[in-house]
Ligand binder design. Structure first.
Ligand code: GUN
Length: 291
């Protein structure tokens, strides 16, 4: 039985944001430009509203400008596209984030495709996804970037390690696999159709849950000593009837088996916003030619 180390993403993200605040201040001094992040929220998804509020607060705390555009759920797609085009053309806006999910009446891919790739701080535009895939400089999706930062902090080099990513989304699973490959890990993307998923997971030195299914990954799917990163944030009813957040990994069962694991909340979640702020500063630097 091993002692399982808790990976404190909250503390790591706080350190990142403190360093970033200094970098933003230096950038503003040198260029006279304040980096601006525009967030577009369509509709009233409660989880999205919480994310957007936190993003706005932390953007301002880092010394950057936060511009929020809240549109009703029945906004026609053309209006959303027109707003994105206006933000593309606005030189005070260096980063654009359209909060997902969008209402079903709006084609999310059409909206993402309209964002100027240079301002695409989420890294969801096909140009950035493609640049990441072929190893060019890209704006990289924030949650996968945060996962790899935590992994490198725990493990140092990831070279040659077996990494299994459970989940194949465009937002997390696929870009995370690319980033792990860039770190010379041996990468498997597993998903709901994978045969013998527990057996595949048991091979992993690095096991990542990114499926959005509460506690799907059980303790006995984890190789002893493995580093486990839990991207899931699932709201479930607790025994007392109150809602509580759980990850994609059965956290209690992982104790004494995993070498290290991220908690939910307080693991990957805080890293996402810290990486978003870092991407916004990177985008601003490139746009003013100060990179
Ligand atoms: N919804 C959940 N996570 C994210 C994210 O990282 N970016 C955007 N735009 N929407 C999200």
């Amino acid at each position: 039985m091993v002692e399982t180390r808790l990976i404190d993403g909250k503390a790591f993200a706080e350190g990142m944001r403190a360093r970033l605040k200094e970098d933003v201040a230096a950038f503003v001094r040198e260029t006279g430009v304040t980096p601006g992040l525009a967030v577009v929220l369509v509709g009233e998804d409660p989880a999205s509203a919480v994310y957007v509020r936190n993003k706005g607060k932390q953007t301002v705390e880092a010394g950057m400008a936060s511009l929020e555009h809240k549109l009703p759920a029945d906004t026609p797609q053309d209006e959303v596209l027109a707003l994105v085009r206006a933000l593309n053309a606005d030189s005070s806006v260096h980063g654009i984030l359209v909060q997902l999910p969008l209402p079903a009446s709006i084609d999310a891919q059409a909206v993402l495709a309209t964002i100027d790739p240079a301002k695409d701080v989420d890294g969801f535009h096909v140009v950035n996804a493609g640049r990441l895939a072929v190893g060019l400089d890209a704006l990289v999706p924030c949650t996968p970037l945060g996962c790899v930062m935590l992994l490198k902090d725990v493990l140092g080099s990831l070279a040659g390690l077996e990494a299994v990513v459970v989940g194949r989304s465009n937002i997390v699973g696929k870009p995370l696999a690319q980033l792990l490959l860039r770190e010379d890990a041996t990468v498997t993307i597993a998903h709901s159709r994978t045969r013998d998923l527990p057996g595949v997971c048991r091979r992993a030195d690095i096991l990542i849950g990114a499926v959005g299914r509460p506690e799907m990954i059980r303790g006995d799917w984890i190789k002893p000593g493995a580093t486990v990163i839990d991207v899931g944030i699932n709201r479930v009813a607790g025994v007392d009837g109150k809602a509580r957040l759980v990850g994609d990994v059965a956290f209690d069962e992982a104790q004494g088996i995993a070498g290290a694991i991220t908690p939910v909340p307080g693991g990957v979640g805080p890293m996402t916003i810290a990486c978003l702020l870092a991407n916004t500063l990177t985008a601003a630097k490139r746009q003013v030619g100060a990179d």
